[in-house]
Ligand binder design. Structure first.
Ligand SMILES: Nc1ncnc2c1ncn2[C@@H]1O[C@H](COP(=O)(O)OP(=O)(O)OP(=O)(O)O)[C@@H](O)[C@H]1O
Ligand SMILES: [Mg+2]
Length: 263
């Protein structure tokens, strides 16, 4: 189980670069305020999609939840315990190029299952995850022998094999063609329905957020606050064109993100 609470979270970076001047290099010492007093709660098993303008601090927020970065003030709690650093057993960050290039699909998935001592059970589990993402037949291919969509599937199998309490996904569909994007999105939704892991997804795509999320969150420009938080109590699959409430929310979010009409 994994419930996450974010309390009064602030994050600023100090820009320590030096710039060249005729009398020698000068420090910048400029403070960049990224997150400004963020308060959020993620329930165990919930899938929450996070939207916001580019550069507002979405990845920063995810990195702090994963324990890769420390807060300037405020705190992140997992099951009421403060996060003190990365915890591989608890959180898995799904990222592109997350596969080790010198290992096959099978070996990459196996990485998450090293703890399994029963070898037969281990092999069955690896095969199960590989077939779940429809990569049967490609077990012994190396990452460079896969297409972009297959790579993303293999990354997903690797993430799920770790069986983390929380799955963090930063723009998981970027760079995929339209149809592959749709298919992998559907797979992520199906897997979430099946496994019910707490899943946080940052996306630039408003439709992704509305189709996938149990809840959607919109962040403001930097220094970021939470502009909108909305439960999406709609069954799946969701058809944005057919559901007036979702359609209205879609227009509202487009407007919020600076686009005055939704295409
Ligand atoms: N290590 C760092 N040092 C200094 N500034 C940083 C650092 N990491 C991020 N920033 C700054 O924090 C701000 C937020 O960055 P972040 O990557 O979280 O944005 P984002 O919302 O994920 O953007 P995008 O949608 O483009 O991915 C940016 O202005 C960035 O320059
Ligand atoms: Mg980002």
């Amino acid at each position: 189980m994994s419930a996450i609470k974010i309390k009064n979270l602030k994050k600023s970076y100090l820009d320590k670069r030096r710039i060249a001047r005729s009398n020698g290099s000068q420090p910048i010492n400029h403070v960049i305020d990224v997150l400004n007093d963020i308060n959020l709660e993620f329930e165990d098993g919930e899938m929450v999609c996070i939207l916001g303008p580019s550069g507002c601090g979405k990845s920063t927020l995810l990195r702090m939840i994963a324990g890769f970065e420390q807060a300037t003030s405020g705190e992140v709690l997992i099951n009421d315990a403060p996060i003190e650093g990365p915890r591989a057993d608890n959180i898995f960050v799904f990222q592109h190029s997350g596969l080790l290039p010198w290992m096959t699909v099978w070996e990459n998935v196996e990485l998450g299952l090293r703890h399994l001592e029963n070898l037969q059970k281990k092999d069955e589990t690896i095969q199960e995850y590989i077939s779940m993402v429809e990569l049967t037949g490609f077990e012994h291919h190396y990452p460079h022998q896969l297409s972009g969509g297959m790579l993303r599937r293999a990354e997903l199998a690797r993430a799920l094999a770790v069986n983390p309490e929380t799955l963090i996904m930063d723009e998981p569909f970027s760079g995929l063609d339209f149809l592959t994007h749709m298919k992998i999105r559907e797979e992520v939704v199906n897997m979430h329905e099946f496994m019910r892991k707490t899943t946080l997804v940052v996306t630039h795509d408003i439709d992704d957020a509305l189709i996938m999320g149990d809840r959607v969150i919109v962040m403001s420009e930097r220094p970021a606050t939470i502009k909108l938080e909305k439960k999406l109590n709609f069954g799946r699959p969701r058809d944005l064109g057919q559901n007036p409430e979702l359609k209205e929310l879609r227009d509202e979010i487009f407007f919020m993100l600076g686009v005055s009409y939704a295409i």
